[in-house]
Design a protein around this ligand. Structure first.
Ligand SMILES: Nc1ncnc2c1ncn2[C@@H]1O[C@H](COP(=O)(O)OP(=O)(O)O)[C@@H](O)[C@H]1O
Ligand SMILES: [Mg+2]
Length: 458
């Protein structure tokens, strides 16, 4: 069942649950008051007779019939009984009432009864002669007018209730339609979006910033994120395939050369094996870096611990220095600088930046550490070729390399800086490059020294 129908039904049941008891209570009390009034009138008539007519006259047939007729109203019977319940006197405009069996009573009685399926009111009053009770005055009436007015009331109330039910049915359906119309519209558009290939957004009604506005807005943000993530993935796949395609083309080229002439030509064999080996290493490196980047983007978990950045720098320098003739200097290198971060990942960043610097530096590289509590800055400065200003904005993009042909020789994949940026960003830090062509490059990394509370740790 649709939520719209549910809401309408609920509203309808709620309205009826309020309305019907109200109608019932009104009818019930009205009928009660009317009946009481009718009974009081009859009692008053009986009292009047007993007070105004002498008891002995009442029981005397000759005297009272005529007098009693004065007290007779419509659909009523008045009769006088003696102690043996014998009717001494009776007057009525309804002969059926005279067949009601008489009953002597020494106390006052008044009640409703039914006689031959007709409602009747009975009032009995003892007739006293001094202290002695000598008979009973019975006044019996058919409350025809009362019945009629109650019947009319019942009909009116019936119509009102029926009308109320109709109004509440249509009203509740109309109201729920009105309330859920924007939602239905939204669902329609969402269904269209779901089946279409492009990423579309919901139109926002800025006038009413209600829950539906919030829902649409959230949906749009979600769409934006999905779109950008899908685009990133597409880009990544196309870049990665391009990367592998180049290596595979080289491998394929050399192996087909070998197939044709390689068996006789020792030089060609050496060259081919060399190239295939180099490309395999490259592909392995690229695969490893791609996996690392994917992991950083998906899991994004850090193993935060406190460590000394100075010793980490020294450790990294010791690892790289033997591979190059260019000198790496660290300043300051004596006092420890404590930082809370993922030690392994920060070492990765240092390796990536220093690897670049060693590749492009002419003679030396300087690492400068700066304690700007609560931040810590690492500047890695080289005196190399530099990066053209127009290329600077792109160097952090995946697979981006400034000089593609030069970089194939130096063995880069263009993933290093993307990985470094991911790691620094995960640490809530910042990485940025300044460079001047043929003068050198400065990579500035800023990291918070202490772990913030909303850190995503494993
Ligand atoms: N210190 C530097 N000096 C000059 N160029 C640099 C330096 N660091 C990075 N680059 C340029 O930025 C590009 C991207 O670097 P990186 O992401 O590490 O990829 P690669 O795998 O090519 O090293 C490099 O290809 C290089 O052209
Ligand atoms: Mg690199």
């Amino acid at each position: 069942m649709k939520i719209k129908t549910k809401a309408a039904l609920l509203l309808f049941v709620w309205l009826i649950a309020i309305l019907l008891p109200i109608i019932f209570v009104i009818y019930h009390f009205y009928a009660r008051f009317e009946k009481e009034e009718e009974m009081e009138n009859l009692q008053a008539a009986a009292n009047e007779i007993v007070q105004n007519i002498h008891p002995s006259d009442l029981l005397n047939k000759n005297n009272s019939s005529l007098v009693l007729s004065n007290y007779l109203s419509n659909h009523t019977m008045i009769r006088v009984l003696d102690k043996t319940s014998t009717v001494r006197n009776q007057v009525s405009d309804r002969f059926e009432l005279m067949d009601i069996p008489p009953k002597y009573s020494e106390i006052k009685e008044f009640y409703f009864d039914t006689y031959l399926q007709q409602k009747i009111l009975i009032v009995r009053t003892p007739i006293r002669n001094g202290t002695e009770i000598i008979g009973t005055l019975e006044v019996i009436s058919e409350p025809i007018e009362l019945e009629q007015s109650l019947y009319h009331l019942f009909i009116i109330i019936g119509y009102v209730a029926f009308g109320a039910i109709l109004i509440s049915i249509s009203g509740s359906f109309l109201l729920s339609r009105l309330l859920f119309l924007p939602l239905s519209r939204m669902i329609k558009i969402m269904k269209e979006i779901e089946t279409s290939v492009e990423f579309r957004k919901l139109p926002l009604n800025r006038k009413s910033k209600d829950e539906l506005y919030e829902l649409s807005d959230t949906f749009n943000h979600m769409m934006e994120r999905i779109e950008s993530s899908v685009q990133k993935q597409r880009q990544f796949i196309s870049d990665a395939s391009h990367e592998f395609k180049t290596s595979l083309t080289i491998i394929e080229g050399y192996t087909s050369l070998l197939q044709r002439w390689g068996l006789e030509n020792i030089d060609l064999q050496r060259e081919a094996i060399d190239a295939v080996h180099k490309e395999s290493i490259r592909m392995r490196q690229v695969t490893y870096q791609m996996l690392e980047l994917a992991e950083l983007e998906q899991e994004a978990k850090l193993l935060i611990s406190g460590f000394d950045l100075v010793s980490l720098c020294k450790e990294t320098i010791q690892l790289l220095q033997p591979l190059s003739s260019k000198k790496i200097f660290l300043y300051p290198s004596v006092q420890p600088i404590q930082i809370e971060a993922d030690r392994f990942q920060i070492k990765q960043v240092l390796l990536i930046i220093l690897d670049n610097a060693l590749k492009y530096a002419n003679q030396s590289i300087n690492i400068q550490l700066e304690n700007l509590d609560p931040h810590l800055c690492i500047h890695i400065i080289d005196d190399g070729k530099g990066i053209p200003t127009e290329e600077l904005p792109f160097v952090f993009e995946r697979f981006y390399r400034v000089d593609r042909s030069r970089n194939r020789q130096t063995g880069g994949s263009g993933l290093g800086l993307a990985i470094a940026k991911s790691i620094v960003t995960l640490h809530n830090g910042n990485i940025q490059i300044n460079s001047e062509q043929n003068k050198g490059t400065v990579v500035n990394i800023s990291l918070p020294m202490r772990k913030p509370f909303n850190f995503n740790e494993s």
